[in-house]
Design a protein around this ligand. Sequence first.
Ligand code: HEC
Ligand code: HEC
Length: 324
Amino acid sequence: MSTSSNNTLYTLIAVSLMISSAHADNPIKGAPHWSTPARGISLESEEKPQANIMLLLNISGSSKKYSQQQIDDKFNAPDWFPNRHGQMPDIVKSGKAPKVWACASCHLTSGAGHPESASLAGLDSQYLQNQMYAFANGSRLDYSGHMNRMSKALSKAEIKEVSDWFSNLPPRKVTKVVETSTVLKTYIDDTRMRLFSQPPTMEAIGTRIIEIPDHVLDVKKRNPEGTFISYVPQGSVARGKKLVSMGNGKTIPCSGCHGTDLSGSTIAPSIVGNFASYTVRQLHGFKGKTRKGGQAVMMQGVVNDLTDEDIVDISAYLTSLPVN
Ligand code: HEC
Ligand code: HEC
């Protein structure tokens, strides 16, 4: 074989290995596609971070500098504000090669996360550990497949160490709810993040929640204090409030288990301070039983009779609440 056909062969082998080791998305039965975004295309031209990925970047208030390539290193998450958290476990900062990526790469050093992942800050440690076991044994499916894949490669002691760490971080409110009937058109990028399309065009919001970064480039730098806007349908916050506080004959008031201000109790975790699209995925997960691990059975009677619109309304309301 000539060198060039050898090269072609190696390329083909490399590509097929990449495809076979890539993890398929998990279907979350009943969840609308906008809440479980598949990997899309890379940033459109206007919003592209630095064309030169080696250029050192900074963010306001931090003395650190990282290139976009360093920022996106899944085995060494950027730590913009080392003084704003305690000693980070190695797995949170650097993962556990080869299978486990740095938790802080997706959930950030603040634990606040992004709409396409989850906020972990301040959640009960035992609850977080139970979720890791549920991901590992498949009784809870993560739509992206990453949590199911990575949780299997961690020991009990490692799961406890990282859960304790995220549990000790203060929960924070990172998204602002805006009710609207129309919203700018968006697309999903190659990190599953939703961004505005260029050129800007409006479309009806319908029964959807559209969560986008306030400042794209800031969030792309994995700023642990990055903020978001949650566009939700007109009237959804008030409708969601009724369901959450009174049940309206369709569900059980949430405070009975999640605590009077919904920030958690000994029975159930906090349901404030997370992203609305995350909450939509979870309520569908319970309803379609792709999330049945841990104490999920307690959520069954809550979600059985909820429609897609009820789930959007409840998620919009919960995201609008203050975080204590
Ligand atoms: C590649 C990105 C990525 C990395 C890295 C990552 N996660 Fe996640 N994590 C996710 C996504 C996506 C979800 C949301 C799953 C869903 O919607 O059900 C999630 C959800 C979770 C949840 C469930 C939260 C809840 O409220 O129930 C826990 C716990 C969690 N991750 C812990 C971790 C830990 C610990 C690590 C590091 C060992 C880690 N994650 C690394 C993407 C990631
Ligand atoms: C009977 C008790 C009970 C009631 C009532 C209840 N929940 Fe829950 N909820 C739980 C438990 C327990 C969990 C943790 C499940 C697990 O271990 O996976 C949970 C988990 C959740 C989660 C997932 C949190 C996360 O971080 O992933 C959401 C969202 C949620 N509940 C929303 C609600 C809403 C909204 C209501 C009211 C409409 C409600 N719950 C009413 C017991 C309850």
